[in-house]
Design a protein around this ligand. Sequence first.
Ligand SMILES: Cc1cc2nc3c(=O)[nH]c(=O)nc-3n(C[C@H](O)[C@H](O)[C@H](O)COP(=O)(O)OP(=O)(O)OC[C@H]3O[C@@H](n4cnc5c(N)ncnc54)[C@H](O)[C@@H]3O)c2cc1C
Length: 390
Amino acid sequence: MAKPQHQQPEDHADIREGVRALCARYPGEYWRALDRERAYPTEFVRALTEAGYLGCLIPEAFGGSGLGIGAAAAILEEVHASGGNGAACHAQMYIMGTILRHGSAAQKAKFLPEIAAGRLRLQAFGVTEPTAGTDTTAIRTAAVRLGDRYVVNGQKVWTSRAEHSDLMLLLARTTAREKAARKTEGLSVFLVDMRAALGKGLTIRPIRTMINHATTEVFFDNLEVPAENLIGEEGAGFRYILDGMNAERILIAAECIGDARWFIAKARGYAKERVVFGRPIGQNQGIQFPIARAYAQSEAAALMVKRAASLYEAGSPCGPEANMAKLLASEASWFAADTCLQTHGGFGFAEDYDVERKFRETRLYQVAPISTNLILAYLAEHVLGLPRSY
Ligand SMILES: Cc1cc2nc3c(=O)[nH]c(=O)nc-3n(C[C@H](O)[C@H](O)[C@H](O)COP(=O)(O)OP(=O)(O)OC[C@H]3O[C@@H](n4cnc5c(N)ncnc54)[C@H](O)[C@@H]3O)c2cc1C
């Protein structure tokens, strides 16, 4: 469908063009079939990796293309705007940053070129636990040092893509919360080689959800991790994880913008074609106004994503902007999803239109990787100076 008429020239136009061409090989039928089976988009992820898109943030010195977060955001936005879903592989882009920023020279030399070449998959991020929820410092998974290794015991939940990843970035307690000077201390980050660990202290159990997300729960039972796989300093892991969160927020927000654009294009197309009472339904203001509102909301949210990405690329603080981008973009995509479904009437529920699938998929982003309430709490406390609410 033609673009809305006023639209400005696109940033990263070449990258977007390339991603669109790649995604055209994976149309709605492809995603629908996977969704039905809850199967992983292996071919799509392989194509994205081989084209170099998943290694775009890895510096050239380590075999990546050394691009900025704006380029990564453009890639994920286009994947979602094409009707696909980057959730199968987006984590590699932001988890890698933890190794890049806090890993040793030896760790970077060992892992980054392999990840960039697509020979190693770094897709699993083990933070959330069943009893801790959003209160990350309350995690209980413990890593105890014994000589040249750590022994890990505990459980993670919602560890997405664990079955489709070679490595997992794991957050564990190396000092119990009660014994740490502050609750944010005593947490450490490890790179776990899951290929070596499966069946030797690591068990993965898939969780079936309302979306096709390859998410799992992971159990550690005396899993041995070589001490050389500790990232950075022992005890400083919470800070490393927080450091990566702005990138995560910006990239997820870009996916939401892509979703919003897909829903708006789909709604617009259907509103023009569907004739009821002798005229296109899009001639009714009750149909066109919500689409116009969704458009305005998503364009405004896209500006915030762009601002957050520029600050991030300049190395400037961008916590408020990254959080606002995620908040506004996830709300814009959800409003666009609801509008698109309503525009389609009964056909919005039919699998063949892809609307119900994308509707389910985009709903996630108000809950994960950070829920809307927690973003509001962050803005209230850290930006507006209101008393901490929890
Ligand atoms: C499909 C899926 C994939 C995921 N993938 C991963 C992954 O790969 N790795 C990983 O580590 N995690 C992952 N997660 C976990 C995700 O990050 C968490 O679900 C999310 O952070 C919310 O935590 P929770 O589910 O424990 O909710 P809870 O913390 O139990 O919160 C429940 C509700 O209460 C609200 N709430 C809690 N505290 C407050 C408060 N103080 N003020 C106001 N409201 C509050 C929350 O906003 C939320 O709406 C995934 C989750 C899902 C569903």
